[in-house]
Design a protein around this ligand. Sequence first.
Ligand SMILES: Cc1cc2nc3c(=O)[nH]c(=O)nc-3n(C[C@H](O)[C@H](O)[C@H](O)COP(=O)(O)OP(=O)(O)OC[C@H]3O[C@@H](n4cnc5c(N)ncnc54)[C@H](O)[C@@H]3O)c2cc1C
Length: 362
Amino acid sequence: MEQVNSHKKLDYLIIGQGLVGTWLSYYALKAGKTCMVVNDSHTAAASQVASGVINPVTGRRIVQTWMIDTFLPFALNAYSDLGTQLNASIVSEAPVVLIHPSLQMQESFEYRYEHDNVYLQKNNATDFEAFMHTPFGTGQINQTIWIDLNLMMREWRQQLIKDHQFIDAKFDITDLQITNEGISWKGIQAKRIVFSDGIGSMENPFFKMLPFAPNKGEALIVEIKDLPNEAIYKHNLTIVPWKDQLFWVGSNYEWEYTDAAPSSTFRTKMEDALTQLLKIPFTVVDHIAGIRPANQERRPFVGLHPVYPAMGICNGMGTKGCSLAPYFAHQFIEHCENGTPIHAEASLDRFEEILKKTSGTI
Ligand SMILES: Cc1cc2nc3c(=O)[nH]c(=O)nc-3n(C[C@H](O)[C@H](O)[C@H](O)COP(=O)(O)OP(=O)(O)OC[C@H]3O[C@@H](n4cnc5c(N)ncnc54)[C@H](O)[C@@H]3O)c2cc1C
């Protein structure tokens, strides 16, 4: 375990370094605060298997996602700034090429193109016919962002390690003490502890009563040598540039699952779908799976515990961690440092009663 100066009191002890823990530590340090990030490299992270896409529209009706006009510019700035700090190319703008899977989806695109259209553009199906079947035509979504999450989290971790701000260990809540001045964990004193441990928070006696609804998702990593990698392709499946001629292909949304492992059912389904869509050869090189820290309300859990304000949580990002994590990590730190409010739909205030009544003790 990394040696820590146990006499110095930290501002933040951050549990978990997925997307959310990365952004919490980034904004804490940016605000001139001190922090230590504890992450267990043997515990799975949704962020490690995510495709890293921020798509401003969603669903069969191709409608704009929640608050995307706010989140998209914020995220683009945030990832660009972090990339500059890390001297790493982590963010690119890549259009989504829609390969309409049915007449209904083609009509849905045409309708949205004519009504309340911000992000849609028409394109030529002939541009894609060399490598894909396009019987129902194509369309395009602009201003989509792709983030190289693995590069970002790896480089940020290296920076934290270099600055003695990272511990690779499994956090166990029974080692935590809440003191009058904050918290104490294995000799480390901090004013606050923040849980950004994804589905780990579902076991936390102080936060497990939040309405988490974890959701399993899988992806194949596929080599498609002749597919241009400047765009994301969306059909019944999504194909996202991953690295060189490797593509991320997914996903599914399983609310009921027996384990977190990759399943043969998913692999067969994706291979069949790829065979039907592509005119060019492909080779599956990997199969990954993760659990999204989703919730019943589809809104994050952000704020301080109503009874123990030394404890906070920034979690519940569900399927949209890439756009939500920078924005709400920033709000969380601003709230702690300057008392600025957290967006009402994401604030922990909405669970005040249940957290007061049912919170455990250590
Ligand atoms: C297949 C798939 C595809 C996805 N694609 C996208 C996408 O394209 N765009 C998008 O916006 N979102 C996507 N998501 C959702 C996104 O991955 C999540 O919203 C986001 O990663 C959640 O980040 P997090 O930091 O809250 O949790 P996590 O990424 O799960 O991070 C939690 C961290 O805490 C650590 N940890 C847990 N318990 C402990 C402990 N006891 N001690 C120490 N450390 C601990 C874990 O090791 C991990 O590093 C996808 C998810 C999946 C599964």
